[in-house]
Structures are given as C-alpha cells and as structure tokens.
Design a protein around this ligand. Structure first.
Ligand SMILES: Cc1cc2nc3c(=O)[nH]c(=O)nc-3n(C[C@H](O)[C@H](O)[C@H](O)COP(=O)(O)O)c2cc1C
Length: 397
C-alpha cells in the first residue's frame, strides 16, 4: 500500500538519525516516492548525501537560498504523509507551539497531510514536564506519535526515549494512510448510456458522469479498490480500473459480472430505460422519409443485482424533479440498501453541474437531506457514510 505514495521524511538532530537512513531505504524498497528534509543539527549526525543516494533526490534543509523559492510550502503540499524520525525534544516543542523557524518545523506547520512523529531522546528529556505538555498538545492537534520505546540509549543509559525501529514506523505509517474504505472493493457506474438508432445516431441523456467519477475518486482516496464502469467522456480518475461501455445492455453485463467480485456497487450512471428495438445497419436518410423508431425496455440492472444470491451492498441513484416521494417509494420497493436521490431540477443541482443537492434514503424509507454541496464533497461524504454502513454490517455479522 506504500507503492507510489508521496512520503516526506524529516530528520532532526538526535543520535537515532542514523536509523532514519534505514527507514528511508525501507520506504524506497516498498515503492514509496520519498523525499527527505533535515535540520542543521541532524546533519551533525548523518550527511544529506546518504539520503540523497538512497532516494535519488536532493535533500532539503534550508528555508532560504534553496532551488525552490518556498521549499516548506512546496514539500508540505507534495507530501501525502510526513514522518519526523527521529523527532527531537526541540522539534516537538516547536511543532507543539506552531513555531516555524527552520525548514522542518515550517513544513510541519504548513502541511495538511498526516504527521507521524517518532520521538527519540534521553529519558530525562522525554520525562520532562515541558516535553510531556508538548506531546499532549501535539496529540490533541491530531499528530500521531509512534514510540518512544524503552531500551538502551546513546551514552550507555537505559530507559524510555529510544526511537522505535523503522519497521514499527512503517506499520504506523500504513495505519495512518489507511482510509475508511481500506480493503473494500467497490464498483461505481457513471455516465449516461447511449442507445444506438443507426451507425451515427443514438438516444442519450444529459448525465455528464461527474458525480460517478467524483465517487470513484473519493473511494480511491478512502482506500477502496475501485472499478469504474463508465459511459462518460471524462479523463479516467487515477487509481481506479476503468471499464468503458456504451449501452445499457453492455453496462448491465459488465456490472452483473463484476458485482460478484465486489463489496459495494454504486449505480450513479443514468441508464436508459428504453432503447430502439431495431438498430438500423445503415444510416437513416432524410430521403427515405421520417422513420418510426419503436422502443423496447432495457434490462433493469438494479433488479438483476438485487436478485443475485450473494449480493453486494447496493446503492442506487434516483434523479427526481421536485418531490422525493417517488424516490422513497422506490427505495422501499426496489430492495437496494441505499438510495441517493437528487433533485435534478433544483438550482445548482443535477446534470453537468459541479454541485449537487442530494438526500439519502435507506431501505425503510428514512430520508436524510444534505445541503447543496460540490459533487466532490457529496462523493467524500457518501464514502464516509458507506464506510459507517459497512462497519455496522460487519459488527452485526
Ligand atoms: C551528541 C548529541 C546527541 C543528541 N541527541 C539528541 C536526541 O537524541 N534527542 C534530542 O531531542 N536531542 C538530542 N540532542 C540535542 C539536539 O541536537 C538539539 O536540541 C538540537 O537543537 C536539535 O535541533 P533540531 O530539532 O533542529 O534538530 C543531542 C545533542 C548532541 C550534542
């Protein structure tokens, strides 16, 4: 799970800095994209060249005069997670008080990524009331501590203050990076299907696919393994496996087959209810007169999923105009676990827009209305909601 993840390691001035070289090496071996920053004191213990050689990247240590105009904000934004190992009493104190007088402390202050601190110091420093206060403040601020362990310290002393081993730091990092949908396999459908009339024309709908794509991206960010079955012309979201389809029939076949391999199916696509009963082999011509196009029903994908013997958790989307009454009826009768109803006629909601106003309806018809949000935010909240539902399900057995 560390493969391709952008991990920033901050090394500060303690004897355990030598262990940071092994930590960085293990991160690189696990496929992470690693960059290193060091305090000046840290360079008294290990040279930046060591880290540069392991990562194949330059090591940052100064706020000013570096190649980057603003190295702390650049690194802070780049990182998916920051590890400070070892974390000195001095750097813990700075981080606890929001000080930013050097590159490492400024980056800790500037980042929104999770920060993992691996303290290392003599027992007296660790047990000092000031350090205890600083650690409590940092934990209260949502920073994660790993260690210190108890054991032999530099200079022959023994006691708490020893930096935990790199493998333990890696485990803590993995926990930190795990999203709420970690380990969940999710299938998302997106886009409006196209039902051909002849080789050049089709019956389509106004769905842009933005909502489904936002859900797929949010699910990837939440740690899920995502398959996106799409009929939309949008750039593929990174991290999701994309299966391209065009018609309701193709979408149905893919979804029903893949549904056996997943834990959740989110049907955000706008699937045609009707299609031309006959697809003309050659282009219909004006000169042949006005054609009559007879329609027939497309397969009901949700009904096929509901009928599966071992079915995944099912989320259906219902595009409504005006009231949610029909969506509530459908939520109760269709047998899906969750219905996301959206009022496509509401201001700022629906097809093509970047915002959406939705309501969640459970299988008993209980409705939870959400305010107007960006589709990205709806997707994020929906993923959190799904994580909660899956946990509840798992707890019930
Ligand atoms: C030999 C030696 C070893 C040190 N080891 C530690 C240590 O393990 N932990 C610590 O918090 N400070 C240690 N210090 C003190 C820090 O290097 C010092 O507080 C420094 O200002 C930390 O700066 P930094 O947080 O910017 O790296 C040590 C100092 C010396 C001289």
């Amino acid at each position: 799970m560390l493969s391709g993840r952008r991990i920033l390691v901050g090394v500060t001035g303690g004897v355990a800095a030598y262990k940071a070289a092994y930590l960085v090496r293990r991160l690189v071996e696990r496929g992470a994209d690693v960059r290193v920053m060091m305090t000046r004191s840290a360079q008294q213990f290990v040279g930046p060249q060591t880290f540069a050689a392991i990562t194949g990247q330059g090591v940052a240590s100064e706020l000013f005069g570096a190649a980057s105009v603003s190295p702390h904000t650049e690194l802070a934004r780049w990182a998916e997670a920051v590890i400070i190992a070892p974390a000195t009493a001095n750097t813990l104190a700075k981080a606890a008080h929001g000080l930013s007088s050097d590159l490492v402390s400024a980056t800790i202050l500037a980042t929104t990524a999770p920060v993992l601190l691996a303290p290392a110091m003599h027992t007296e420093m660790w047990e000092n009331a000031a350090t205890r206060r600083n650690v409590a403040v940092l934990q209260g601020d949502g920073r994660t501590m790993v260690g210190p362990a108890s054991g032999s310290l530099a200079g022959g002393d023994t006691g708490p203050g020893r930096m935990v081993e790199p493998e333990e730091i890696l485990q803590a990092l993995e926990l930190l990076l795990k999203g709420p949908l970690s380990g969940v396999r999710m299938l998302v459908t997106a886009g409006g299907t196209r039902e051909p009339i002849d080789p050049v024309r089709f019956i389509g709908n106004r769905s842009s696919g933005k909502m489904g794509f936002a859900i797929a991206s949010a699910a990837v960010a939440s740690g899920a393994d995502v398959i996106l079955v799409s009929s939309a012309d949008l750039p593929p979201p990174s991290g999701a496996r994309v299966v391209e389809v065009e018609t309701a029939e193709e979408m149905g076949q893919s979804v029903v087959k893949l549904a056996q391999e997943v834990d959740v199916v989110v049907m955000a696509a706008a699937v045609a209810d009707f299609r031309p009963a006959v697809i003309e082999e050659t282009k219909l011509r004006r000169t042949d007169g006005i054609p009559e196009i007879r329609l027939e029903a497309t397969p009901d994908i949700l009904a096929s999923l509901v009928a599966l013997e071992k079915r995944p958790y099912l989320v259906g989307f219902a595009a409504e105009t005006g009231s949610y009454d029909t969506a509530i009826q459908k939520a109760i009768s269709k047998g899906v676990d969750l219905t996301v109803a959206n009022d496509v006629a509401a201001e700022g909601s629906g097809f093509g827009s970047d915002t959406n106003q939705v309501a969640l309806i459970d299988s008993q018809g209980t409705i939870e209305r959400w305010p107007l949000l960006t589709k990205v935010e709806v997707a994020r909240r929906l993923c959190d909601h799904l994580a909660g539902q899956l946990n509840e399900r798992a707890a019930k057995g």
